[in-house]
Write a protein that binds this ligand. Structure first.
Ligand code: CIZ
Length: 303
């Protein structure tokens, strides 16, 4: 089927199913183009909470659809490919977090949104890359804090606040494909370009950047900056939106290898199948969802 026919089918099915389509900033360009809203996981979950739609089709990875389900327990949340996971979210298990808690009985737990519902349910508060500093700073300076699962975001947050955090060992393999050599190489090719990178990148990469932020903050930085060229240190799906929203500016990927295979599992054809067959439903057991919701709501009250 040609792309325009796929788009037409999606628009008809969406109406028929009373569905809203949410797509993460890292999705394929053609998937972003058929979505009702494109954004980061928190922004999308907020859209999910506000919508009157009966069905939410979440084009992203599993923890994002799960977060939408936790925030909107009464809606039917579907994901087009149930294999779209997140290796970073899988890098902390309940057992490992329990061991960390036993080792540090006085510590509170901050979990990055890239985590399973069960990890969120074991945490005191959730955070995103857009608000990690605000969340950590909301605790008294002498409060011991465990930060899971991303060691890069944790290290960056700790350094920017001048405070110690007990870090989990997780990392995003896609962001770790971006190296300091990539940044130095791109800067020498484009000496006038500003460098903006995601805090899931390594310290060596972050140290070379002009700006560090979540995807929503990177989009805002590029839009508001007077510069005309940018080197983008995050998953390359974001280039679609950057180019679409800033036609007069030029964007270079820091590395073509920063291409998340899980994000790219969602295709237009799978969006159609999901709406035709009403699959794959995302469920979270209510007791777990309720504890995870408390951690998410504490973060939302701070933002
Ligand atoms: O919060 C998100 O959606 C993630 C995982 C990254 C970002 O910065 O948008």
């Amino acid at each position: 089927m040609a792309s325009s026919e796929l788009q037409q089918s999606i628009s008809e099915l969406k109406q028929h199913r009373q569905a809203v389509i949410l797509a993460h900033n890292y999705q394929r360009g053609e998937v972003q183009d058929i979505a009702d809203f494109v954004g980061d996981s928190l922004g999308l979950s907020r859209q999910a909470a506000r919508t009157d739609a009966r069905v939410i089709l979440f084009c992203g990875v599993h923890f994002m659809a799960e977060t939408a389900k936790i925030i909107c327990p009464d809606k039917l949340v579907l994901e087009p490919d149930r294999n779209a996971g997140c290796p970073l979210a899988d890098m902390i298990t309940e057992r490992e977090l329990e061991a960390l808690k036993q080792e540090h009985p006085e510590a509170k737990v901050v979990c990055y949104v890239n985590s399973s519902a069960s990890i969120k349910a074991m945490s005191d508060i959730c955070c995103t890359s857009a608000n990690a500093q605000k969340v950590v700073a909301s605790f008294p300076p002498d409060q011991e804090l465990i930060f899971v699962p991303d060691r890069n975001l944790g290290r960056y947050t700790a350094a920017s606040l001048g405070r110690k955090l007990i870090l989990g060992p997780g990392h995003c393999p896609t962001h770790e494909h971006i190296t300091s050599r990539d940044i130095v190489g791109e800067k020498s090719k484009h000496p006038h370009a500003k460098v903006t990178v995601h805090p899931e990148c390594t310290k060596e990469v972050i140290d070379l950047a002009d700006h560090v932020g979540s995807t929503s903050q990177m989009l805002k930085y590029c839009q508001e900056s007077g510069a005309e060229e940018f080197i983008i240190g995050t998953e390359i799906g974001i280039l679609h939106r950057l180019r679409k929203e800033n036609p007069g500016k030029v964007f270079y990927a820091a590395s073509p290898l920063a291409d998340c295979p899980d994000m790219k599992l969602t295709t237009l054809q799978k969006v159609i199948w999901a709406l035709e067959d009403m699959v794959y439903e995302v469920t979270v057991a209510e007791e777990e969802a309720s504890r995870a919701r408390t951690a998410i709501e504490r973060m939302l009250h701070l933002s």
